[in-house]
Design a protein around this ligand. Structure first.
Ligand code: FAD
Length: 230
């Protein structure tokens, strides 16, 4: 395939531009879906409209009502596999689904008799500052945006506009933004990459268990602008 200009937006999958591999790691995210709720079950919860919900933990859950009245319940675990590994077998993780089911019934004790009909796992692209980064290659003929870290539904529209301005080579309000001009720190190579990610996950879980109190590792990351508080 030939093209004069190219936009690369391949999310967590191995970036076709090799240099980006230091900036993006694939992290597995998991979700459960219930059978459609009966009107009585919806009434018992009091969730009458289509509000999107999330809790405020570092390892947060997100939940939605689907068009056909099911609850989608996901999040909490964010699992990284050594060497940026992606494989279909990693999309099923029994211990995460069991944890999510337990958390669901804790959140909705009124729905103790509800069953799950679907479970899902897949990757999201994570970078060290937890929000997207941008750039160009091949003398400005290629623009890329990646690293949305699970927050891309609205932000990808912004990212697309940034990439079009970058391909134009134009000096615009978007291309002048610090967010667009600056890059997050790259991830270190393995094995430091996996060790750092595991330590961060462990620390986030610990902070959640201690009313949000962050340990030395998380405070150090905060100081360097790494993570959700960046
Ligand atoms: C379960 C879940 C819940 C989420 N909830 C929210 C939310 O509530 N709010 C929010 O803001 N964000 C949420 N997100 C994140 C959001 O969906 C993503 O950040 C966003 O879709 C990323 O958009 P993208 O265009 O970068 O990548 P994608 O939409 O994933 O598109 C990338 C495309 O590139 C293709 N591709 C990859 N490699 C190649 C290749 N080599 N050749 C050709 N094509 C390739 C892929 O097939 C794919 O079609 C959620 C994500 C998940 C998984």
């Amino acid at each position: 395939m030939r093209a004069r200009q190219v936009v690369l937006a391949t999310n967590a999958f191995p970036p076709l531009l090799r240099r980006l591999r230091a900036w993006v790691v694939p992290v597995y995210d998991y979700a459960l879906m219930t059978e459609p709720l009966t009107p009585e079950q919806r009434d018992a919860v009091g969730w009458r409209n289509r509000q999107g919900l999330a809790d405020t933990g570092n390892q947060f859950h997100y939940y939605r009502i689907t068009g056909d009245g099911r609850i989608l319940f996901g999040g909490y675990d964010a699992v990284y596999h050594y060497g940026n590994r992606i494989a279909p077998a990693l999309e099923q993780r029994e211990q995460t689904f069991t944890a999510l089911a337990t958390h669901f019934f804790t959140t909705f004790p009124q729905l103790a008799d509800v069953r799950f009909s679907h479970r899902w796992g897949g990757v999201i692209d994570t970078c060290t500052r937890f929000c997207p980064f941008f750039g160009t290659a091949y003398s400005g003929r290629l623009a890329y945006a990646a690293g949305y870290t699970g927050l891309g539904v609205g932000a990808t529209r912004f990212g697309a506009r940034v990439m079009l301005d970058l391909l134009d080579g134009a000096d615009t309000p978007l291309t002048r933004l610090g967010l667009v001009r600056g890059k997050p720190l790259p991830f270190p190579p393995e094995p430091a990459r996996a060790a750092g990610i595991q330590l961060t996950r462990w620390s986030l879980a610990r902070a959640d268990a201690r009313q949000g109190r962050r340990n030395v590792w998380l405070r150090t990351l905060d100081r360097f602008g790494l993570g959700f508080d960046s």
